[in-house]
Design a protein around this ligand. Structure first.
Ligand SMILES: [Zn+2]
Length: 247
C-alpha cells in the first residue's frame, strides 16, 4: 500500500516560520566562514566581525553536500581537521542561537565509535544527525526526523551510514534472539540482509535496504529526491581506517 501523501501545506508553513527566524542562515551560498571573510587579523572587534561576516558556506546542491561530507572524512582520515578562527566561531554561535540550516543529514548507527560530526569533520549546525542501532529508520518517528531535516530545514542529502563490525547487524546475521525491545532492531534488519555471505556483505545490504525503505515509506523524501532537491545515499564507515565509502 502506498504511503499517504505528506501534508505539504503543513510542512511548507512550518518551513516558512522557521526560515523567517533565520534571516542570515537561510541565505545559502553567501560569504564564506574561515576563508578570509572574517577575522582577517587586523584587530576587529567581535561586533565588527559579526557585521562583516556572512553565513557559513553551504553546498549549493545535493552532489555538493555529499562531496563536502567526503572531503570532511578525508580530513578526519588524514588527522588534519579544519581549523576555525575564534572570531568565526563567535559569529557562527550568534547565528546558531536563532536557527539552524544543516546542509546534510546522517542516519547513523548509535555505535559510540561512529560520531558523524567527528568522522565527517563538521561543526555544530552543519549536519542533522539521527541515530539508531543498526541505522534502520524503521519507525515513523525516525522517518519523521529525516523528513523534518529535509522539508523544514532544507538538508540536501540523506546519508544512511552503516559501519564495520556493527553489533546490531551481527545479531541479525546470527539470527540472535536478544529479547526485550532489542529484538525489534534485529527483526527490522533481518529481511534486508537475507542471503548475505558474511558480516561485511550484510552491513552493506542493510544500508541498501534502509535507503530503499526510506524511499518507499517517505513520500516527502522520495518526492524531494525526484525533484533534485536532495539525494538519499548509502555509506559504510570502516572502523580500522576511519574511511567512509559510498555504496
Ligand atoms: Zn552498529
Amino acid at each position: 500500500m502506498a504511503a499517504p501523501r505528506p501534508h505539504a501545506d503543513q510542512i511548507n508553513r512550518s518551513r516558512r516560520v522557521l526560515l523567517g527566524a533565520l534571516p542570515a542562515l537561510a541565505v545559502a551560498g553567501a560569504a564564506a566562514c574561515g576563508s578570509g571573510s572574517t577575522g582577517d587579523g587586523d584587530g576587529d572587534s567581535v561586533e565588527k566581525v559579526r557585521e562583516k561576516a556572512g553565513p557559513p558556506p553551504r553546498p549549493a546542491d545535493p552532489d555538493g553536500a555529499i562531496a563536502a561530507l567526503m572531503e570532511g572524512n578525508d580530513r578526519f582520515v588524514a588527522r588534519t581537521p579544519k581549523i576555525r578562527e575564534v572570531a568565526d566561531i563567535e559569529v557562527l554561535w550568534t547565528k546558531l542561537e536563532v536557527g539552524q540550516a544543516p546542509f546534510a543529514t546522517v542516519l547513523g548507527c548509535a555505535d559510540s565509535r561512529l560520531a558523524p560530526e567527528l568522522i565527517f569533520d563538521q561543526f555544530v549546525g552543519d549536519i542533522f544527525v539521527v541515530r539508531e542501532a543498526g541505522n534502520i529508520a524503521d519507525s515513523p518517528t525516525s522517518l519523521g526526523s529525516l523528513e523534518f531535516s529535509q522539508a523544514v530545514l532544507g538538508s540536501k542529502a540523506i546519508v544512511v551510514l552503516g559501519h564495520s563490525s556493527c553489533g546490531a547487524v551481527q545479531a541479525a546475521f546470527d539470527d540472535a534472539t536478544p529479547g526485550g525491545n532489542i529484538q525489534a532492531i534485529v527483526d527490522a534488519i533481518r529481511p534486508g540482509i537475507a542471503g548475505a555471505a558474511d558480516l561485511d556483505e550484510a552491513i552493506t545490504a542493510n544500508v541498501g535496504a534502509v535507503v530503499g525503505r526510506i524511499r518507499a515509506k517517505s513520500a516527502v523524501l522520495a518526492d524531494a529526491e525526484r525533484a533534485g532537491e536532495c539525494r538519499i545515499v548509502g555509506a559504510v564507515y570502516d572502523l580500522a581506517s576511519a574511511r567512509v565509502r559510498l555504496i
